[in-house]
Write a protein that binds this ligand. Structure first.
Ligand SMILES: *Cc1c(COP(=O)(O)O)cnc(C)c1O
Length: 380
């Protein structure tokens, strides 16, 4: 049996919705984008949602709307995908990297406190809800105190995740979601920015489409000449297509159900691996994990790469999340990063393997992964 690392959960409802959108004649941002934004804002409990073509675009817009620019520093984590840090460079600002905490693998609160004390010009913190484990946003707020520092979250993995009964997307100053093919909600490529701040939402809406004051769809109903528009800034081309939004609307209705199935898979793995020489991933005490990734941390005596190869030979695809930024030549050289600055991130990277976890995983597939991992770990 072959179990893929991920299989996208696209049903006939998505196919039909995209076909309808194609027949409607509205291909670029239109009624589906507007409906998707409203439904998404309602789902996470945010006042505003701005649909874009990637999470990277959403993070860029969120930082831009907070006036981040040259001379400013933005604090993020070393244990993430490069997108979380590259957007800081887009604006000419300086990224600062913090190590992670061992249990959650999220940005270390202790490291945040230390960096805030060291650098007076930190203007934003960009935490990442890694694997779907929600970061403690209220603790980060408490550390920020009265300083003018924005909390902009990379929630690429965190749909839906909760902290104290509130969904990620309603917690920080701005939250950025990814709808990339492997992410919890998929539109092929896509992303969403959520915020409760009207000024941030307005600026992001303008900047996602060339710095034009309103998008094509909104202008149609305004009564004035239909050709009129005004450019107020050199914006970007980040808008979402109506085809993607049609798919997103369908996927959104199944998010709770899809997370539930991933949580069941995680629980089955945790029960089956309880006696192995591994550290099991867990949910936060006062929150709910999105279980986008199931990251198993192996005892240092187990060779991660050998295990991954053995599993592949027996039909179980795995992956490694993430190669820390300090291990990439660009970040290493341009920010003078070294593994000695990120001991937890480095240690986690060396011993962690991500197992398949996706809502359409069948019971035989789940059983095959469990059997294969148990026998491979015990014999390696
Ligand atoms: C996938 C991912 C992104 C980027 O998402 P896109 O929609 O592809 O731009 C950002 N951060 C993390 C942690 C991711 O895994």
């Amino acid at each position: 049996m072959q179990v893929p690392f991920h299989r996208t959960a696209i049903g006939e409802a998505e196919v039909a919705a995209v076909a309808d959108s194609m027949r409607s004649g509205w291909l670029t941002s239109g009624p589906n984008v507007q409906a998707f934004e409203e439904a998404f804002a309602g789902f996470v409990g945010a006042k505003f949602a701005i649909a874009v073509n990637s999470c990277t675009a959403a993070m860029h817009l969120a930082l831009e709307a907070h006036n981040i620019g040259p001379g400013d520093c933005v604090l993020t984590t070393d244990y993430t995908f490069t997108a979380s840090a590259e957007v800081i460079r887009y604006l000419g600002a300086t990224p600062i990297f913090a190590d992670i905490e061992p249990g959650s693998r999220n940005i270390s609160l202790q490291a945040v406190a230390q960096k805030l004390a060291q650098h007076g010009n930190i203007r934003a913190i960009l935490p990442v809800h890694i694997a779907g484990y929600p970061c403690d946003i209220s603790a980060l707020r408490a550390l920020i105190g009265e300083r003018p520092i924005a909390l902009i979250e990379d929630a690429a993995h965190a749909l839906p995740a909760e902290l104290s009964g509130q969904r990620v997307g309603s917690l920080g100053d701005a939250t950025c979601f990814s709808f990339y093919a492997t992410k919890p909600l998929c539109t092929g490529e896509g992303g969403m920015l959520t915020t409760d701040h009207a000024n941030i939402a307005a600026r992001a809406r303008t900047m996602r489409l060339h710095g034009i004051d309103a998008d094509v769809y909104a202008r149609r109903g305004e009564g004035g000449p239909s050709w009129f528009y005004q450019v107020v800034a050199p914006g970007f081309k980040y808008n979402m297509t109506d085809l993607a939004a049609a798919m997103g609307l369908q996927q959104l209705t199944r998010q709770v159900e899809m997370r539930q199935r991933r949580a069941e898979i995680a629980a089955a793995y945790n029960a089956a691996f309880a006696d192995l020489a591994v550290v099991l991933p867990h949910a936060p005490p006062a929150g709910s994990h999105a279980w986008h990734l199931y990251m198993l941390q192996l005892h240092p005596s187990i060779d991660r790469d050998a295990l991954s190869q053995t599993l592949a030979d027996r039909g179980v695809a795995t992956s490694v999340h993430f190669i820390p930024l300090h291990r990439h030549p660009y970040w290493r050289q341009s920010c003078a990063l070294h593994e000695s600055q990120f001991p937890i991130s480095e240690e986690t990277f060396q011993h962690t393997l991500s197992l398949p976890i996706f809502p359409d995983m069948t019971e035989p597939e789940l059983a095959h992964v469990i059997d294969t991992v148990c026998s491979a770990v015990s014999t390696l």
